[in-house]
Design a protein around this ligand. Structure first.
Ligand SMILES: *Cc1c(COP(=O)(O)O)cnc(C)c1O
Length: 369
């Protein structure tokens, strides 16, 4: 895209020509009447793929999580969630504001999980003083981290034993499934289904690594999805000839799942390259997201780096900890250019710092070069 290397998020991708063609050819109907064959096909496809009775096409992951939480919970109920979870932290408090459902946030462990004993301690007894604890919401991947499958089983079993429902914010479920498939020698579709099997509902973004322009899917049983359909309408998410967008989702599920491992390899390549720069502390990526801190005398100066990268057409997210996200609109040349541009930023800084000393040793003619 116009020579810009955009690593801010995997949401920045544009539909490929083949995806656009699938969108243009999609059979359409009015989805509020349930008449859009492409939307119906997408909902059936993904719910079948993940092992649920039904699916519901949503305009965004935010609306999908909101409809999920308010379908699982009533006014005055609460849901247990991680401090860093998108549905708690990054969705403008929607479940509390619009649904009167209170969050019960918990601190994460270093691996992104919520300690089982913390979950257990947060489940309130039936007492008029307390909100009714109804739901456990887990995110996978969380900040690019794969949440271990054994943990998902244990946490959701604990929740169910205590009468809670379980929701997975799987915005990047297929990135999680790809990393897990790699680790256990399986395939991404099977692992996506295995992860989903722990939960009563799952939300998946089509507009992130899968490369569709718009949309998420919420999956669950029929009763749950019918409730969510009413809330979607209430929230203004009942779309009409949405099959154009659903067709992009179908195309993405068929064609863009197996390529996610390329994004993960590019993230690894980026991390390996940046690790060679001593002013950086690089977190080893598990999927398609690389977090980087500036250290030593560069601590707190990430803004200078991002501004400098931006001048060279490289976009990165973050004001202190930097986030680089790989996706289908970035290739190895873009990653290598990013590594060398970051290296150059520090090289230039070091030259500025020691510049006077160096210059005194230079011959006059070399200064003009
Ligand atoms: C992006 C994201 C969402 C929200 O999706 P939008 O389509 O941007 O509203 C929800 N959860 C997680 C984990 C996300 O990464």
């Amino acid at each position: 895209m116009s020579g810009i290397i955009d690593l801010r998020s995997d949401t920045v991708t544009h539909p490929t020509d083949a995806m656009l063609q699938a969108m243009a050819e999609a059979p359409l109907g009015d989805d509020v009447f349930g008449d859009d064959p492409s939307v119906n096909a997408l909902q059936e496809k993904i719910s079948g793929m993940l092992g649920f009775e039904a699916g519901l096409f949503m305009p965004s992951g935010t609306m999908s999580n909101l409809c999920a939480i308010v379908s699982h919970c009533q006014r005055g109920d609460e849901y247990i969630v991680g401090q860093l979870a998108h549905c708690y932290r990054c969705e403008a408090g929607g479940a509390a504001v619009l649904g009167s459902v209170q969050p019960q946030p918990l601190e994460h462990q270093p691996d992104g999980t919520l300690a089982l004993e913390d979950i257990l301690a947060a489940i309130k007894p039936d007492d008029i003083h307390y909100a009714r604890t109804r739901l456990l919401a887990i995110e996978n991947t969380l900040g690019g981290k794969l949440i271990p499958f054994d943990y998902l089983e244990q946490a959701t079993q604990l929740a169910k034993r205590n009468g809670l429902s379980c929701h997975l914010d799987g915005a990047r479920l297929f990135n999680a499934a790809t990393a897990q498939a790699d680790a256990v020698g399986s395939n991404s579709y099977d692992e996506a289904r295995r992860i989903s099997g722990c939960f009563d509902s799952v939300s998946v973004c089509l507009s992130k690594g899968l490369g569709a322009p718009i949309g998420s899917i919420l999956c669950g049983n029929w009763e749950f999805i019918e409730k969510a359909r009413r809330f979607r309408k209430m929230a203004g998410g009942g779309m009409r000839q949405a099959g154009m967008l659903a067709a992009a989702g179908i195309y993405a599920l068929d064609n863009h799942v197996s390529r996610l491992k390329e994004d993960h390899l590019l993230a690894k390549r980026l991390a390996d390259g940046l690790t060679t720069i001593p002013m950086l502390e690089v977190e080893e990526p598990e999927t398609n997201i690389v977090f980087v801190n500036l250290i030593g005398s560069y601590k707190g100066r990430s803004r200078e780096l991002t501004e400098s990268l931006k001048e060279h057409g490289i976009l990165v997210n973050g004001t202190s900890r930097l986030r680089f996200v790989t996706h289908l609109d970035v290739d190895s040349a873009g990653i290598d250019a990013t590594i060398s541009m970051v290296g150059r930023f520090f090289g230039d800084q070091e030259t500025v710092r020691t510049g006077n000393a160096k210059r005194t040793h230079q011959k006059p003619w070399s200064l003009s070069q």
